[in-house]
Design a protein. Structure first.
Length: 547
């Protein structure tokens, strides 16, 4: 007939169900934020778990009187850490599990006891915090715990001991109370290898892991359209290409990918980038990495040592790989062996403006645009390996301001953003200036290219579009729906996904609005083209297909 509701601070409210009314307010004196879970109701007792100190907590035991309409404090029990989950109980035993690994079993006495909770056995807490602990009492003698040290504990009342039947120390910190699915206990734990939550199906008899699923984790690399644009490609954790075809995206569900075992080779989460060329996949781990990861077909992934650590994402140039080096040089190597295929380009030394490369951009089959963070841009060509291959750079064009992002190419032109708030366009044939535009607000994304067009977005929702010849085509205003990321080009239109969940279709010729669709989603990036459909990132590692 009563609800027991703890206020954020100080008070416990006792509410009657029928008729609905507040019949009592008990002063407990707890501080704001010190209550992390619902009280436990055990027959005539209410147990309030309070995290009142930086490294310890206490339980306040209340005796319910007047058929439950009143609560009287009868005992305070100290616990070794913080309590995050409602204390578990079964029969006459109640359990404490805290965030320092401490576990205690208490016997529950009769209402006339001076101290209703009396200790039976305990596991001592550790000095360090291992994360929230959530307990489930299977019987009076068996406790399951989901925590940074997940375990099953067996209680011997006669001997006063708590003995672990098994422990699972690799599952990571607990994120939620464990649940039961058939004969298994299911753990919801923080994934230890990156963002996301891992669900573990565990046999409570011996602690063996029956299955494991990771939810809410980002893609290893951002999905990109396949060569036929009928699917998306990313990487599995073992480095193998993972293709998300249209049928899979249409059907929905989960992506099956291998989970690496201890010591098995894999790729880092969110590497600098992935490059694919003629059956060869190259993974650039990070800026400053002294090696790249290479995989041919279905062969095992392997590392290739570079002549210099990476300063930016490499670029396939024919069958060779162009490496912007952290030492200021630019190398052309065989990606399978790491052997240098041409004499590197060495820029003149400038103490005041040292060379830090941006990602190189291919202008055509024979020419690459090479820009550095200081705002100097060069055209890079190469001589034949038969004549002793060399990388040859033109004299630099100095933009007069450092670059704010990697450049993008329309094919015939190069589009660059500088830190002074300008967007500059250089002709690809000779890097002569062909346009400069000032952003009215801070740059939000871009320059980014798609299908021969380049787009830039500012913080106020204005969009700039540049055509294949590098000329600015239009400026559109989406201030009422800021773009969540770069657009996708499809069917003569630019498709933008707004942060408010709206999908916009703009005419590619003049930027005029053609369609707006309000979708029930919270986007996590810009749309991607798959054939005649769009794949919409609606959460980390989650896509929705829209025809």
């Amino acid at each position: 007939q009563f609800f027991y509701v703890l206020a954020d601070r100080s008070s416990l409210f006792i509410l009657r169900r029928d008729p609905p009314e507040c019949v009592e307010v008990e002063y407990l004196g707890h501080d704001p934020g010190s209550i992390a879970c619902t009280p436990a109701r055990l027959g005539p007792y209410l147990i309030v778990a309070e995290n009142h100190a930086p490294k310890s907590g206490r339980w306040t035991v209340l005796l319910l009187e007047a058929d439950g309409a009143k609560a009287r404090k009868v005992q305070v029990v100290p616990v070794s850490g913080w309590t995050w989950g409602t204390p578990a109980s079964t029969g006459s035993v109640v359990w404490s599990a805290d965030d320092r690994g401490g576990v205690a079993a208490f016997a529950v006495g009769p209402p006339d006891s001076k101290a209703p909770l009396s200790p039976i056995a305990q596991v001592l807490a550790e000095d360090r915090i291992s994360g929230p602990a959530f307990a489930r009492a299977r019987t009076e003698r068996e406790l399951w715990i989901a925590s940074g040290r997940t375990a099953r504990l067996d209680l011997d009342v006669e001997r006063g001991t708590l003995t672990p039947a098994w422990t699972l120390g690799v599952a990571g910190p607990a994120r939620a109370p464990l649940q039961v699915a058939g004969r298994l206990e299911v753990l919801a734990q923080q994934w230890t290898e990156g963002p996301g939550q891992a669900l573990w199906g565990v046999n409570p008899g011996d602690g063996s892991v029956v299955w494991k699923t990771v939810l809410g984790t980002p893609w290893i690399t951002n999905p990109t359209p396949t060569a036929d644009r009928e699917g998306l490609m990313t990487l599995a954790t073992d480095g193998r290409p993972l293709v998300l075809d249209r049928a899979l995206l249409q059907a929905g569900g989960f992506v099956d990918a291998p989970l690496l075992g201890p010591g098995e080779p894999g790729v880092p989460l969110s590497p600098l980038g992935r490059l694919d060329n003629d059956g060869l996949t190259v993974i650039a781990p990070a800026i400053g990495s002294p090696q790249i990861l290479v995989q041919e077909g279905d062969k095992e992934i392997r590392s290739v040592v570079l002549p210099s650590p990476l300063a930016a994402l490499p670029l396939f140039w024919g069958k060779e790989l162009l490496i912007p080096g952290e030492d200021g040089r630019v190398y052309l190597i065989d990606p399978r062996s790491g052997l240098v295929r041409a004499e590197p380009f060495v820029p003149p030394f400038d103490r005041d403006r040292p060379t830090h490369w941006r990602t190189p951009i291919r202008l055509d089959d024979e020419t690459v645009a090479l820009a550095d963070s200081a705002g100097r841009v060069r055209r890079l060509t190469r001589t034949s390996a038969v004549t002793g291959g060399r990388l040859i750079a033109s004299d630099p064009v100095d933009l007069g301001s450092p670059l704010a992002a990697d450049p993008a190419s329309t094919g015939d032109a190069l589009v660059l953003a500088t830190v002074d708030g300008k967007i500059r366009v250089l002709a690809g044939r000779d890097l002569s200036p062909s346009g400069a535009y000032t952003l009215d607000a801070g740059r939000r994304f871009g320059p980014v290219g798609d299908a021969g067009f380049v787009f830039v977005g500012d913080a106020d929702g204005r969009l700039l579009a540049f055509g294949p010849d590098g000329k600015k085509l239009w400026t559109a205003d989406l201030a009422d729906s800021l773009p969540a990321g770069p657009p996708a080009v499809k069917d003569g239109a630019a498709w933008f996904l707004g942060l408010d969940g709206s999908l916009h279709r703009l005419d590619l010729n003049d930027g005029s609005p053609l369609e707006r669709v309000d979708l029930d989603l919270l986007p996590a990036g810009g749309p991607l083209t798959i054939g005649s459909a769009l794949a919409l990132p609606i959460a980390r590692g989650t896509l929705r297909l829209r025809p």
